[in-house]
Each structure stands twice: as structure tokens, then as C-alpha cells.
Design a protein around this ligand. Structure first.
Ligand SMILES: C[S@@+](CC[C@H](N)C(=O)[O-])C[C@H]1O[C@@H](n2cnc3c(N)ncnc32)[C@H](O)[C@@H]1O
Length: 200
């Protein structure tokens, strides 16, 4: 796989990632709101965070997840992953693996809930990333993807809207949209999305 500039850049700035400047930034605030809004269903056994960075979200979820749930962080940037491992050292039921959207180190149909916060837009091979997500999610698995789209994000909305209407019920679509609208007041020039697939 081609080396990614995004991955080497995140590794290089990893030591600054958890600083106050990032934490108090627009992106830090959105990341915090995103993981705080995650609802952990009691049926989940395996939960995966892709592009988990320094592991803040997973560490937070571990504090409110029952012991029956295993949390796995996937992160390609070595220095980000090391910080995630340090943050959760000695905590049971949480582990970190090297990997990326395009090549997930996970077995087929092994994941109950998959989420990703501000990482999907870094993939250089979206089709491959989508195929990998489909491969690892259980048939009744759920996911939340938070990511940015260029400009107004209209192209993304047009392409996914039709699919969502076909497979996701109205109530679930409205629920996802209302969370998005609450965030939109922060929005910069690029649109951002929470793309949710709840089980039928
Ligand atoms: C903005 S950070 C977000 C980190 C974390 N999710 C958070 O909310 O703090 C983006 C992360 O995506 C990772 N990343 C870059 N390319 C990726 C890819 N192809 N697959 C998965 N993660 C990737 C980066 O290494 C970085 O840790």
C-alpha cells in the first residue's frame, strides 16, 4: 500500500495532538460531542474505532461500557497509536492495532458497532474502504462515521441519500439528521457528516 502523507503527518504531530489548542478547537469540540453521543447497545460485543488517533474516544467509551464489550482501536500512524496504548495501559478490554480503512485487521463479520471520527476523509481509496467496512461488519452491525465533505457536501448527500432512503427507516434518518443539525451551527466552509447505519 502507498505511504500516505496524512498518516506520516499525524505521526509527526502526535505529541501535540492532545494539547489544549486542539482540544479546545472546533475539531476537538466536534470530536468530543461525537463520542459522547454514541449510544452503546447492550447487544454489542465488539466495538471498533477506525482512525482512533490517540484513543481518547475509546478510553471514554471504556469507562461506560460493560465488561462484556471488547473495544478495538485501528490506527495507521505509529506515534498516534503509541499514545493511545499509553493512555489505556493496564485497562482491560481495550486494544489497539495497526491498520487503516483500506486494510482492516479484523475478521469477516466480526464487528457489532463500528465508528470513526474525522478519519474517513483521509482515505485515498474510498471504494476499498467501503468494501472493508462491509466485510468486517456483522449483517446486523451498526456504524457511525463522522467525516468532512468538500464544499457543501452536496455530492455526497446526493449519492448516499437514495441508498439511505432504500435501507434506513424514516425515524432513524430523522434522528441522525437532528444530531447533524445541532452541530451545523459550528460549521466551517466544508460540510461534515454523521453517516449512521442502524440495524433495520
Ligand atoms: C483528525 S485525526 C482523528 C483522530 C481521532 N479519531 C479523534 O477524533 O481524535 C485523523 C486520524 O485518521 C488517521 N488516518 C489517516 N489516514 C487513515 C486511513 N486511511 N485509515 C484510517 N485512519 C487514517 C490519522 O492517522 C489520524 O490519527
Amino acid at each position: 500500500m502507498k505511504p500516505s502523507i496524512a498518516v506520516s503527518s499525524y505521526s509527526a504531530v502526535a505529541h501535540k495532538y492532545d494539547g489544549a489548542a486542539n482540544e479546545n478547537s472546533f475539531w476537538g469540540e466536534l470530536a468530543r460531542r461525537s463520542y459522547e453521543s454514541i449510544a452503546l447497545e447492550s447487544s454489542y460485543r465488539v466495538i471498533v474505532d477506525i482512525g482512533c488517533g490517540t484513543g481518547l474516544a475509546l478510553h471514554h467509551l471504556r469507562s461506560r461500557a460493560p465488561d462484556t464489550m471488547t473495544l478495538i482501536g485501528i490506527e495507521p500512524a505509529e506515534q498516534m497509536r503509541l499514545l493511545a496504548e499509553q493512555r489505556s495501559a493496564g485497562v482491560a478490554g481495550i486494544e489497539f492495532r495497526e491498520g487503516r480503512f483500506e486494510e482492516l485487521p479484523l475478521a469477516e463479520a466480526s464487528v457489532d458497532y463500528l465508528y470513526s471520527i474525522w478519519a474517513l476523509h483521509w482515505t485515498t481509496e474510498p471504494d476499498r474502504a467501503a468494501a472493508e467496512i462491509k466485510r468486517v461488519l456483522k449483517d446486523d452491525g451498526e456504524m457511525d462515521l463522522w467525516f468532512t465533505g468538500l464544499n457543501t457536501g452536496g455530492e455526497f448527500s446526493r449519492k448516499t441519500g437514495e441508498v439511505l432512503r432504500r435501507y434506513v427507516g424514516l425515524e432513524a434518518r430523522l434522528r441522525a439528521a437532528s444530531v447533524g443539525n445541532a452541530f451545523r451551527s459550528f460549521s466551517s466552509s466544508n460540510a461534515w457528516f454523521r453517516f449512521s447505519i442502524p440495524s433495520a
